[in-house]
Ligand binder design. Structure first.
Ligand SMILES: [Zn+2]
Length: 248
C-alpha cells in the first residue's frame, strides 16, 4: 500500500480542479491520474482512524460503495488535534508550516487553503463546518454552511449532509463538509454500539451527498486524526486515518 498523507489531499484537489496551489508539503495521489471529474466533494470525518473504518465498514453502505469504486488508503495523520489536522488537509502544509492551532489562528492566517484558492480561481465553492470553522470562510467562498456545535451529534451530521447536498444543488464544484459524530462518541465514552450508530448516521448523510452529486464527481473522505479517547482508541497504529477516494 503506498504511503499517503493528509497533506496530499489539497494538492490532489488542486490537480483535479486545475487550481494552482502555490506552496505545499504534499503531492497529488498518483492513483487519480485517470480520473476526469468536474466536481470534488471532500468529507472530513472527525476521528475516522484507519483501523476504526475497517472495524465499522461492515455495517455501512455508502462509504464502502465509494471504497469499492475507488480506493482506501491508510493515510498519515499529521496532528492529533482537530484544527491543525484540518488546516493541513485544506492547505497541504504540515502543521509546523501553517502554524494553525485553533479557529482563531485560522481566521488570522495569511495562508490560503484550497477552498479559498478554488473560489478565487472562479470555481463555486461550499464549506460546511461547525459555525466557528465555517465563519473563517465568510467572504472567501460562495456557499457557507454553518452548523451549530450545540446540536446533538447525530443532528449535526444530518445537517452537514443536507447542507452539502444543498451546496451541490447550488452548483458548487468544490464542497468541503465536516462530520463530528465519531469524535463525540469517543469523548462521551460510548461503547461500540454508540460508534456504530454514529458511523451509520454519517454514512446515511454521505449517501445523501452521493445522491445529490452530478456525474463525474470525485469524492475524498478522510479522518482528521485517529480516535484518541474511549473504548476504540488507537493503540499500536496511532497515526493513521482512513482516506477513501473515488470518482463516480
Ligand atoms: Zn478531531
Amino acid at each position: 500500500m503506498p504511503v499517503v498523507s493528509q497533506i496530499d489531499i489539497a494538492p490532489t484537489i488542486s490537480r483535479l480542479l486545475d487550481v494552482a496551489l502555490p506552496r505545499t508539503d504534499g503531492q497529488p495521489l498518483e492513483e487519480l491520474g485517470s480520473w476526469s471529474c468536474e466536481q470534488v466533494v471532500l468529507s472530513i470525518v472527525d476521528s475516522l482512524g484507519f483501523r476504526l473504518y475497517r472495524y465499522l465498514e461492515k455495517d455501512l453502505k455508502h462509504l464502502p460503495s465509494l471504497a469499492a469504486a475507488g480506493q482506501v488508503f491508510s493515510a498519515v495523520s499529521v496532528s492529533s488535534h482537530t484544527s491543525p489536522a484540518i488546516a493541513s488537509i485544506l492547505s497541504g502544509l504540515l502543521p509546523e508550516h501553517h502554524g494553525i492551532r485553533d479557529t482563531e489562528d485560522a481566521r488570522r492566517s495569511p495562508i490560503q487553503s484550497i477552498p479559498a484558492l478554488a473560489s478565487s480561481a472562479g470555481i463555486r465553492t461550499g464549506v460546511i463546518m461547525e459555525k466557528g470553522g465555517a465563519e473563517v470562510y465568510c467572504g472567501l467562498v460562495e456557499y457557507i454552511g454553518a452548523v451549530p456545535r450545540i446540536l446533538p451529534p447525530a443532528e449535526f451530521d444530518r445537517q452537514s449532509g443536507r447542507l452539502a447536498a444543498e451546496a451541490l444543488a447550488a452548483h458548487c464544484r468544490l464542497v468541503v463538509a465536516y462530520f463530528i459524530g465519531l469524535d463525540k462518541a469517543a469523548h462521551d465514552g460510548q461503547d461500540q454500539h454508540g460508534f456504530r450508530q454514529a458511523a451509520m448516521t454519517i454514512d446515511r448523510s454521505f449517501g445523501q451527498i452521493l445522491a445529490a452529486a452530478p456525474a463525474k464527481t470525485a469524492f475524498l473522505v478522510v479522518g482528521d486524526h485517529p480516535v484518541h479517547a474511549g473504548s476504540l482508541a488507537s493503540g499500536a497504529d496511532p497515526r493513521c486515518v482512513a482516506l477513501l477516494a473515488g470518482c463516480l
